[in-house]
Design a protein around this ligand. Structure first.
Ligand code: BGC
Length: 771
C-alpha cells in the first residue's frame, strides 16, 4: 500500500488547527466569564482572592502554626477566612505530615463546600502543595528521584512520564496545583536546595523543565483535564546565586548573567504554557525580588508576556519589612510587593494584616484598582482553566492507578538511569553475587536519606514512618545476594532528635572488625535530609566522622565501594583515592535502594551522568560554565598548581560497564551564514560486551566575543541512546543561530561573526560564522 504522507500531514495539520481554534474559543469563553465576575466583585472579595493561607490556619490547634492530630477543620476559623475575608487559596499540609488521599479529599471538599457557601459568587478555592518529586504529602503516592537525579538520567521522556504520574496522584488527593518544577540553576554546591534543581546547566534545565511542565499540565496545557494540574515555576529568578552560598541571602548578578543563564528555562516553560510562577525569596543587587518591578512586571509580565498568576514565596511580603527592611512597616511591604507585580500572597498566617492593609492601600490610591483587577483576573483565569468552578473536587475513587506497580516501575527506571558510576578501579564493579559484603555508613539503612526533603514532611524527617514497603540500600543488597552474605554495622549514624547534621560514631570499631571478614565493603555516605534554611552549611567537606570511617575501612585493605547518597556534592577529596569504586546515587527516591543494588551487582548497566561539577576543594567550586581565566593550565604557565581547573569529577561524567567509542564528528559547513543552521553528527559504537545507554553531549565554544568574555564551553544538545555490543549509531543534531549567540552587557542578544568550536566527547571541529 502506498502511504500518502502529504495527506496525512494535511489531516494532522487540520486536526492541529482545529485543536488550537478550540483552545482559543475556550480561552475567549473564560475571558468573558472572568470579566463578568470581576464587574460584580467588591474590593474586599478581590483582595481575598489574592490571599493564600496555610492549612494549619483553619485546622483545630492551639495556635495558627500547628494543628491537633487527627486533623479537623475549625468551623469558626473557616468562617472568618472564607466568609469575612473571602480567602481564595490554601496551601500545604497541616501538622507537617502526609495524609491519605481519602483524608485530602475529605479536607479539601469540605473547604470547597464551606467557602462556596460563604462566597456569593461561588468562586472555588485553589489548593496548592509542593509536589516536587511525586505527591509529596500523600501517603502511598509514588515518590520519584529528586530533580537532581532526574537530570542525571538525562531522559526527558521519563521526566515527562514521572510528572504525568505526579499530576494524576496529586489530583487523586483532590489537589489541582503544585509549586514546581524548580527551574533554578544548581550552580552552587554549597546551596541547601541544589538537589531540587536539574543541575548547573541552563539547556538541561530548559529541556527537562519543559518535559516536566508537559507531564504535569499536559502538552496542550489543558489543566481542565482532571488528570492534570497547574504548575508554578520557581523561584523566579536566579534564586541560587547568593554570595554566601546560604539560603535567602543577597545575590549580586549582572544583567547579562541573569538573562544568559537563569532566564532561558523560565522562558521555555512559560512558552510551554505554565499557568503560574513563584518568586525568588532572595535579594538581587540589593533589592528583594518580591519588591522588584523591573523583574516581576517589566521582565516577566511585559517582556516574556507571562499571562498567568504570580505567587509569592512563603511570607515574603512581610519579609520585605520584617527581614529585608526595605519597607518601614507591613503596609508599605504590601504596597511594594503588589505594585511590583505580585498577584497572590502566600501570606500564609496573618492574613488579616495583608488583606486589611491592601484594602486600605487601594482606598488611599497607593495601589491602583487596575493592579488589583489585573491580579484577580490572572487568578480567576487559572481557576477557570482548572475547571474548578464546574468541578471543584476530584475524587480518589476515580484514580485507580494511584500508587500502582505500573507507576512504581517508572520511579525505579528513573533511579536506575540516574545512578552515576564515577570510579571503577580494576573493574571492581559490578560485584559478583556469591560474595560476602559489609554494608555500612549512616545512609545504609534509611529511607529518609534516599528520598531527601519534601517527602511526607517538609524536611523529609518523617519518611521512615511511611516507607515500610520500600527497601533501604541495606535491604535491597540483602534481597540481591541473601541476608546470610550481608553484615550490617552503621559505623556512623545521624543523631536521632539532633540537628540533621549531627552525627555520632556508631560501632565504628565493630564496622572495621566486620570489614576484615568481608570480601567487599559497601560504604554508604552522604547527608541526612534537609531543605531551605535548615540545610545551610558551613563546611562542604563530608563530615569528619564519615571521613574517618572511610579511611579506617580503606585501611583494612578490603576493597571499598563508596555509595554517595547526598543532595549536593560534599567533598570527598580527603579519601577518594582510597576508594575502589564510587557510585553517586543522589536522592533516588523510594526505589533507589533497589536500583542501586541492581547497579552494584550488575543487573543494571549504569548510564547516569553528573548534572553538576563535583568539586575537589572548597575554594574551587565553579561550574563547568566558566570563563577562560578560571581554567589556567600548568603547561601554559599558570602561577601555581592551584590556579588550574581540576574538579573531582567533571560535569557530564559517568561510566558504564561497557565502553563507547566516538568517531566521525561531522559538521555540514565550515562557513556558516548568520541565518543558517548547522548540522552536526557523530557516530558512537559500543565496543564492550554489554548493552548500555550513553548520553551524547554536544558542546560549543565561541572563541572570541566582543561584549562579554565568552564561556569556555556550553552544552547545546544531548541525547541518550542505547547500543548493543558492537552496535554503532550516528546521532545528528541541528544547531540554530540562537545556540551561537550570547547576551551582551546591555542584556541584548548578540550573534557575532567569528570562529567557533564544536565538541562531542574528545572530538572537535571548528567553523566560522560569517555575515
Ligand atoms: C519554599 C518554596 C515552597 C513554599 C511552599 C517555601 O518556603 O521556598 O519552594 O514552594 O515554601 O511550601
Amino acid at each position: 500500500m502506498k502511504i500518502d504522507f502529504k495527506r496525512i500531514a494535511l489531516s494532522v495539520s487540520v486536526v492541529f488547527v482545529f485543536i488550537s481554534a478550540n483552545a482559543q474559543m475556550k480561552q475567549a469563553d473564560i475571558d468573558k466569564k472572568v470579566e463578568a465576575l470581576l464587574r460584580q466583585m467588591t474590593l474586599e472579595e478581590k483582595v481575598g482572592q489574592m490571599t493564600q493561607i496555610a492549612l494549619d490556619v483553619i485546622c483545630k490547634g492551639n495556635d495558627r502554626y500547628s494543628s491537633f492530630t487527627p486533623l479537623t477543620l475549625d468551623a469558626a476559623e473557616m468562617k472568618k477566612a472564607f466568609g469575612d475575608y473571602h480567602v481564595g487559596s490554601v496551601l500545604n499540609t497541616a501538622g507537617n505530615r502526609a495524609l491519605t488521599t481519602a483524608k485530602w479529599y475529605e479536607l479539601i471538599s469540605e473547604i470547597q463546600k464551606t467557602s462556596s457557601k460563604q462566597n456569593v459568587h461561588k468562586v472555588p478555592v485553589i489548593y496548592g502543595v509542593d509536589e516536587v518529586h511525586g505527591a509529596t504529602y500523600t501517603a502511598g503516592a509514588t515518590m520519584f528521584p529528586q530533580q537532581i537525579a532526574q537530570a542525571a538520567a538525562r531522559n526527558p521522556l521519563l521526566v515527562e512520564k514521572a510528572a504525568a504520574i505526579t499530576a494524576y496522584e496529586t489530583r487523586a488527593g483532590n489537589i489541582p496545583w503544585t509549586f514546581g518544577p524548580v527551574l533554578d540553576l544548581g550552580m552552587d554546591p554549597r546551596f541547601s536546595r541544589m538537589w531540587e534543581t536539574f543541575g548547573e546547566d541552563p539547556y538541561i534545565t530548559s529541556t527537562l523543565g519543559v518535559a516536566m511542565v508537559n507531564g504535569l499540565e499536559g502538552k496542550d496545557a489543558n489543566v481542565g483535564n482532571p488528570e492534570k494540574i497547574a504548575t508554578s515555576l520557581k523561584h523566579f529568578l536566579a534564586y541560587h546565586t547568593t554570595v554566601s552560598g546560604k539560603d535567602r541571602t543577597p545575590s549580586y548578578i549582572s544583567e547579562d548573567a541573569l538573562r544568559e543563564y537563569h532566564l532561558p528555562a523560565f522562558k521555555a516553560a512559560i512558552d510551554a504554557g505554565a499557568h503560574t510562577i513563584m518568586v525568588n525569596s532572595g535579594i538581587i543587587n540589593g533589592v528583594p525580588v518580591h519588591a522588584s518591578y523591573p523583574i516581576l512586571t517589566k521582565l516577566l509580565k511585559e517582556e516574556l508576556g507571562f499571562k498567568g498568576l504570580v505567587v509569592t514565596d512563603w511570607a515574603d511580603i512581610e519579609n520585605l519589612y520584617r527581614r529585608d527592611r526595605i519597607a518601614a512597616n507591613d503596609k508599605e511591604a504590601v504596597m511594594l510587593a503588589i505594585n511590583a507585580g505580585i498577584d497572590m500572597s502566600m501570606v500564609p498566617y496573618k492574613y488579616e494584616v495583608f488583606c486589611d492593609n491592601l484594602i486600605q492601600l487601594v482606598k488611599e490610591g497607593k495601589v491602583k484598582q487596575e493592579r488589583i483587577d489585573d491580579a484577580v483576573r490572572r487568578i480567576l483565569k487559572v481557576k477557570y482553566a482548572l475547571n474548578l468552578f464546574d468541578k471543584p473536587n476530584t475524587n480518589p475513587k476515580d484514580y485507580p492507578k494511584f500508587g500502582s506497580k505500573e507507576f512504581e516501575k517508572v520511579s525505579y527506571d528513573m533511579a536506575a538511569e540516574a545512578i552515576t558510576l564515577l570510579k571503577n578501579e580494576g573493574n571492581i564493579l559490578p560485584l559478583k553475587k556469591n560474595i560476602k559484603v559489609l554494608v555500612t555508613g549512616p545512609n545504609a539503612n534509611s529511607m529518609r536519606t534516599l528520598n531527601g526533603a519534601w517527602t511526607y514532611s517538609w524536611q523529609g524527617d518523617a519518611a521512615d514512618e511511611y516507607t515500610a514497603n520500600y527497601n533501604t540500600i541495606l535491604e535491597a543488597v540483602q534481597n540481591e545476594i541473601g541476608k546470610a552474605n550481608v553484615t550490617y554495622v552503621p559505623g556512623v549514624s545521624y543523631k536521632a532528635g539532633g540537628h540533621y547534621f549531627e552525627e555520632l560514631a556508631d560501632k565504628m570499631d565493630e564496622a572495621i572488625a566486620a570489614a576484615k571478614n568481608s570480601d567487599v565493603i559497601i560504604l554508604c555516605l552522604g547527608e541526612n535530609s534537609y531543605v531551605e534554611k535548615p540545610g545551610d552549611l558551613n563546611d562542604l567537606y563530608l563530615s569528619d566522622l564519615q571521613t574517618e570511617l572511610a579511611k579506617k575501612l580503606a585501611g583494612t585493605g578490603k576493597p571499598v565501594v563508596l555509595v554517595l547518597n547526598e543532595g549536593r556534592p560534599r567533598l570527598i577529596s580527603r579519601f577518594e583515592q582510597d576508594m575502589k569504586g564510587i557510585v553517586q546515587a543522589y536522592l533516588p527516591g523510594n526505589f533507589g535502594g533497589n536500583a542501586l543494588a541492581d547497579v552494584l551487582f550488575g543487573d543494571v548497566n549504569p548510564s547516569g551522568k553528573l548534572p553538576y561539577t563535583y568539586p575537589r576543594f572548597p575554594n574551587a567550586t565553579i561550574s563547568y560554565i566558566h570563563k577562560p581565566s578560571e581554567e589556567q593550565k600548568k603547561a601554559e604557565g599558570a602561577y601555581n598548581y592551584e590556579a588550574d581547573y581540576n574538579p573531582q569529577y567533571l560535569f557530564g561524567e559517568g561510566l558504564s560497564y561497557t565502553t563507547f567509542v566516538y568517531s566521525n564528528l561531522t559538521i555540514d559547513k565550515k562557513q556558516l551564514k548568520k541565518r543558517e543552521n548547522l548540522n552536526v553528527s557523530v557516530t558512537v559504537t559500543n565496543t564492550g560486551k554489554r548493552t548500555g545507554k550513553e548520553v551524547v553531549h554536544l558542546f560549543t565554544s565561541d572563541l572570541y566575543a566582543s561584549s562579554v568574555t565568552p564561556d569556555v564551553k556550553r552544552l547545546r544538545r544531548f541525547e541518550k541512546i542505547e547500543l548493543a555490543p558492537g552496535e554503532s549509531k550516528t546521532v545528528s543534531f541541528e544547531l540554530n543561530p540562537a545556540d551561537l549567540s550570547y547576551t551582551g552587557r546591555d542584556g541584548k542578544t548578540i550573534l557575532e561573526a567569528g570562529d567557533f568550536e564544536v565538541m562531542v566527547e574528545k572530538l572537535k571541529d571548528t567553523f566560522t560564522l560569517i555575515e
